[in-house]
Design a protein around this ligand. Structure first.
Ligand SMILES: *[C@@H]1O[C@H](CO)[C@@H](O)[C@H](O)[C@H]1NC(C)=O
Ligand SMILES: *[C@@H]1O[C@H](CO)[C@@H](O)[C@H](O)[C@H]1NC(C)=O
Ligand SMILES: *[C@@H]1O[C@H](CO)[C@@H](O)[C@H](O)[C@H]1NC(C)=O
Ligand SMILES: *[C@@H]1O[C@H](CO)[C@@H](O)[C@H](O)[C@H]1NC(C)=O
Length: 525
């Protein structure tokens, strides 16, 4: 006997209508969906159908409508509509509460096509919605952006307490989502050891830890909800983070020449030099400077020299800001005495070390003089890597994460250098798009994310319009930000689903709307 679809549904024989009709976004984002925008780029419509979106926010919809009305160019407007809500539309994989404490919210946010949560990516994905973060009108409103922030901060705190050296994690047990096997990591040898049912990958990246502090500070500054940070495991996570980062200020040798055991080592069976570390996993030697070592970059590529300057800049800044949360908790006797002072002192020490060791002399362009710039990486012995990498934190993005102002003279010289093919081995010049790239996608591949950061750090209308025009014209008609694009051929790109870059593009449009609304009135045809 035949059953009708409705009967089958009732009998539980078919998945729910929504689940059945919702496409996998990694396939969805590879093809162009109608209606197309009316400009020459004919950008596709890439938002999933409302029933398939992973988080609904009426405030975001209202902001989308209002901002779109301020954009004259139809292709730019479509790009904004597709990109800004992308994390909410596609990447909120699961939300719930801690099994042992039903008042502790949790949110598991994926970067895109893998069921794993990166500390840095998830923090940055939420930071795109910072302009909409406000205190909950009713306590613990599950529909608010604030609830998402709390959920991510709580889950990140759990991750930091589980394995503070790791960068990417498995779904929480409460979600019922099974852990994903990471084939790349199956041959990794990592110290300290970790549990692959909880950790997806264990690359020690200073910016991952800094991102937790940055997200926490952003939530506190926007909501003044200090009490939240005293309720669950946030303070314990901060202390674990401090223990880890302090251990990673150590040099390679003791005063008497003894080799000190590295607090972290990582080796991988791989054919890519950027996926493993020298010296049996300890990395190239470093001399103590006051900066914190990082084994990997925000691109998940290995460093050349372990004092990664932009990660230290972000860390110093975020540590100082998060210290103010602890100071408020201390006043209510909710935090250990002296912790806030310790964080402030550590932050100051890192900042001083960045200035002392991270600023290096280079031959000026005319070849006769010497000028100073920020190096990307140093080792404390005098070696410096002069380059920038597209991922945030980068040197280019230093004003975006608040380490310095874009008018800073050393920053301005550094910026000119990293945005030139002569001064940065990873600047990709081309006829389609010219932008910073990096070893992750390789030479020739420019990163749209770096173009977005270039706009966010520029006051020059001509520069902003030129770079924005390249972004509008380099999406291969898909109307989304790709990870990287061949600087001479827009149909060659990597990652169709990269939520963070999408959110950052939207953030930049909101910034232009406030700072330079006349630019949004221009044509990009
Ligand atoms: C978002 O709203 C749509 C209706 O417009 C609904 O079908 C969908 O389930 C909602 N998504 C979530 C995660 O609540
Ligand atoms: C959008 O504009 C309307 C009308 O001016 C305003 O009421 C609303 O608050 C705006 N939405 C956002 C998110 O700014
Ligand atoms: C070369 O550049 C340096 C540093 O920017 C500057 O001090 C010097 O005056 C320049 N020399 C000439 C000949 O332009
Ligand atoms: C651009 O890349 C596409 C896809 O690889 C290729 O088919 C096309 O020939 C390339 N165009 C040029 C001008 O090289």
């Amino acid at each position: 006997m035949k059953t009708s679809p409705a009967q089958a549904l009732l009998a539980g024989l078919l998945p729910s209508v929504a689940a059945q009709s919702c496409p996998d976004y990694s396939s969805y984002a590879k093809t162009r969906h109608e209606p197309f925008s009316s400009g020459k780029h004919a950008h596709a419509s890439m938002r999933p159908a409302p029933a398939c979106r992973t988080f609904n926010s009426s405030t975001v919809e209202s902001l989308l409508t209002n901002t779109t009305a301020a954009i004259a160019d139809p292709d730019l407007a479509r790009l904004f509509q597709n990109t800004y809500p992308n994390t909410l539309d596609t990447a909120i994989r699961w939300r719930g509460h801690t099994a042992s404490n039903p008042s502790e919210e949790l949110a598991f946010i994926i970067t895109g096509d893998i069921d794993a949560m990166w500390l840095r990516d998830s923090a940055n994905q939420l930071l795109s919605y910072l302009p909409l973060l406000e205190p909950d009108a009713a306590p613990n409103n599950p529909d608010s952006i604030a609830s998402l922030y709390r959920g991510v901060i709580n889950l990140q705190a759990r991750y930091l307490l589980t394995s503070p050296f790791c960068n990417s994690f498995q779904p929480p047990a409460e979600s019922g989502i099974p852990p994903t096997t990471n084939p790349a990591a199956s041959g990794d040898t990592v110290f300290p050891a970790y549990d692959s049912a909880k950790v997806f990958e264990c690359k020690y990246e200073l910016d991952s830890l800094a991102s937790f502090l940055e997200l926490s500070a952003a939530y506190y500054e926007a909501t003044h909800d200090a009490a939240f940070f005293g309720k669950f495991s946030w303070l314990d996570a901060v202390q674990a983070l401090l223990t880890t980062t302090k251990a990673m200020t150590a040099g390679t040798y003791a005063d008497d020449g003894t080799v000190l055991k590295s607090p972290y080592t990582f080796t991988r069976q791989t054919t890519r030099a950027t996926e493993t570390l020298a010296n049996d996993g300890a990395g190239s030697p470093v001399r103590k400077t006051g900066m914190v070592r990082s084994a990997f970059r925000p691109s998940d590529d290995a460093v050349l020299f372990q004092f990664l300057v932009p990660s230290n800049m972000l860390f110093a800044e975020a540590l100082a800001r998060a210290g103010l949360i602890v100071a408020e908790l201390e006043q209510g006797e909710k935090a250990p005495k002296g912790l806030a002072e310790d964080m402030a002192a550590f932050s100051k020490g890192v900042r001083e070390a960045v200035t002392k060791h991270g600023i290096v002399p280079v031959l000026s362009k005319n070849g006769t003089g010497v000028e100073t710039v920020y190096a990307y990486e140093v080792d404390g012995f005098g070696a410096a890597g002069l380059m920038d990498d597209a991922n945030v934190p980068s040197l280019l993005a230093a004003p975006v994460y608040g380490y310095l102002a874009n008018v800073d003279a050393v920053y301005q010289r550094t910026r000119a250098r990293v945005l030139s093919a002569e001064g940065n081995p990873y600047f990709m010049a081309g006829s389609v798009i010219s932008a910073v790239g990096g070893p992750h996608a390789g030479p020739g591949m420019a990163w749209p994310m770096a173009s977005v950061v270039r706009i966010l750090t520029s006051d020059d209308d001509d520069e902003i319009v030129r770079v924005l025009r390249e972004l509008v014209g380099s999406t291969d008609g898909l109307g989304l930000m790709h990870e990287s694009v061949n600087s001479n051929n827009a149909s060659q790109w990597t990652r169709q689903w990269f939520s963070w870059a999408n959110g950052l593009f939207g953030q930049m449009i909101l910034d232009l709307h406030l700072r330079k609304p006349h630019i949004l009135q221009q044509s990009f045809q």
